[in-house]
Design a protein around this ligand. Structure first.
Ligand code: FES
Length: 286
């Protein structure tokens, strides 16, 4: 299998969006106790801008502040963001209702290599809120199903209450041809009849072959470290393991310096990289 190549110069080449577009909250859905999904639309009822899977945008809650989020889904006339309440701006965001006004600027960064994945099997590995950036690619592959091979999702959370997009995972995606969802929790829980297992040993247990398969991995530091070590141990090439560092993006436009690792700026050169690329950048995997 030829190694995956990711485009890194896209954000450095084009014009960078600096001005927020006035938008409205189209809908809000409660995913877990501290995670909500927001559908955002321009005030004239259109999609604010076109976005590729893996790209991010800056969502502003007027007048409290702004935060960078990945686009977790999109439709013809909306962009969707899945947001965990972790601080001041996200708390204000969680208080919004349909019809409220927000600002939105973007898109930022590079994207998952949808062309390069054609004809390949794709294994998604995520934990907790880490499924949000993966979902934009997963739904893209489902929308272009004939271009891609088997799709597996290995997804975990501490408890069932930490799992987002549960309806998709349990009711929608497993019904689709050659889509396989493998879900586990870490802590035994009354009423849970599925796997109780950390993500890395769960991957080992599933014994998915590395032949013609690319992995897309996103999760917290512990999941990211244990799973990438497990995947390499199982024989996956580092060139075939893709991740996104979108959580490190702050201003998104190369100005604040908070995302740089060595000579790279995650916002301008990423956030999507292969593990092989990150291994060549000292400090990128910490
Ligand atoms: S996010 Fe500010 S410089 Fe990259």
């Amino acid at each position: 299998m030829s190694p995956v190549t990711i485009q890194h110069d896209c954000a450095r080449e084009g014009a960078i969006a600096l001005t927020p577009i006035a938008c409205k909250v189209l809908s809000v859905s409660q995913e877990t106790a501290d995670v909500k999904a927001f559908r955002i639309q321009a005030l004239d009822g259109t999609k604010p801008f076109e976005c590729r899977p893996g790209q991010t945008a800056m969502l502003s809650v007027i007048p409290y502040g702004e935060c960078m989020f990945c686009v977790s889904a999109q439709g013809q006339d909306y962009l969707e963001f899945t947001v965990k309440e972790v601080g001041y701006v996200t708390e204000k965001l969680h208080a919004l209702s349909p019809g409220d006004t927000v600002g939105l600027r973007g898109p930022y960064g590079n994207w998952f290599p949808t062309e390069e994945l054609k004809g390949k099997d794709v294994l998604f590995v995520g934990g907790g809120i880490g499924l949000a950036p993966l979902r934009s690619l997963l739904t893209y592959l489902l929308d272009h199903r004939e271009d891609y091979g088997r799709i597996d999702l290995v997804y975990s959370g501490s408890t069932p209450d930490d799992l987002i997009f549960l309806d998709d995972i349990t009711n929608v995606w497993p019904q689709l041809p050659d889509v396989h969802c493998h879900v586990s929790i870490y802590k035994p829980c009354e009423g849970w009849e599925g796997e109780v297992c950390y993500t890395a040993p769960f991957l080992e247990q599933l014994k998915l072959s590395q032949d013609n398969r690319v992995v897309v991995l996103c999760g917290g530091p512990s999941l990211f470290r244990t799973c990438r070590e497990m995947l390499v141990g199982l024989g996956f090439a580092e060139e075939d393991i893709i991740t996104t560092l979108e959580m490190k993006m702050k201003c998104g436009i190369g100005k604040c310096g908070r995302c740089n690792i060595g000579s790279l700026y995650i916002c301008l050169d990423g956030p999507v990289f292969t593990l092989a690329e990150l291994n060549k950048i000292p400090g990128s995997l910490h």
